[in-house]
Write a protein that binds this ligand. Structure first.
Ligand code: PRP
Length: 215
């Protein structure tokens, strides 16, 4: 086990919105993350370090105890599973919606539909629940291109402002899940490092409550 309490974060929106929250809890990286190629950062709380990894790797690091805690989108937890993890806090950041979307005016033919997405498990579950026979095609990005190029009829993707869909002649159809970032904790670490971990959880929970009360 790493001696330090390790918190796994992801570059992009999660990092941008989590760092101010951590800073208010007294955890600030000792150097500027954005101008560094490093992946591990010491913080102002000597016993806490941050690691910067891919979002899809956060559950893996935390599940194996290589990181004690992490911040990860609910979309990733829904797609890859949350086994071995506690999910004590909804941080309410990086909010968006996981949706089906199609070309504007798209009318299903009723026959088998083709769905392009990087969320293949979520998409399979969603269409199975509806009794719709869907062929799910795995992509790694630019899902909006797939209907245009006749690779798929629909997509399942993250929608925030809806600008990406609009810019590509598409519209949102159904909401599958509301997404936000979650704090996740390794189950064994929650027992063996209870005091240190619970302190971070309590500090963050108090900040979120104060923000809610002020809103
Ligand atoms: C997501 C998603 C869309 C876009 C939606 O991609 O895949 O492309 O955001 O946002 P909008 O509704 O505000 O236009 P993201 O930027 O997270 O990058 P990714 O493709 O690497 O997931």
């Amino acid at each position: 086990m790493n001696e330090k309490l390790t918190i796994a974060l992801t570059k992009g929106r999660i990092l941008k919105e989590t760092l101010p929250l951590l800073a208010r809890a007294g955890i600030e990286p000792l150097e500027d993350l954005s101008s560094s190629r490093k992946l591990v950062f010491a913080t102002t709380r000597a016993e806490v370090q941050l690691v910067i990894i891919r979002g899809t790797d956060v559950p893996t690091y935390v599940r194996h105890g290589a990181a004690d805690m992490g911040v990860v989108g609910k979309d990733i937890l829904l797609e890859h599973g949350a086994q071995g993890l506690y999910e004590p806090l909804d941080l309410g950041i990086a909010r968006c919606r996981l949706m089906t979307a199609g070309p504007v005016g798209w009318q299903g033919s009723g026959a088998r539909i083709r769905v392009a997405t990087k969320f293949v498990n979520i998409a399979r579950r969603h269409f199975a629940r509806q009794g719709v026979h869907a062929e799910v095609i795995k992509l790694y990005g630019a899902m909006e291109l797939a209907p245009m190029m006749n690779l798929a009829d629909l997509i399942v993707d993250i929608v925030d402002t809806g600008n990406t869909l609009r810019a590509n002649g598409m519209e949102p159809l159904e909401e599958i899940a509301a997404i936000s970032s979650r704090l996740v904790v390794n189950k064994a670490a929650m027992r063996s490092r209870y005091t240190a971990i619970q302190r971070v959880i309590d500090d963050l929970a108090a900040l979120l409550e104060a923000d809610d009360a002020a809103a």
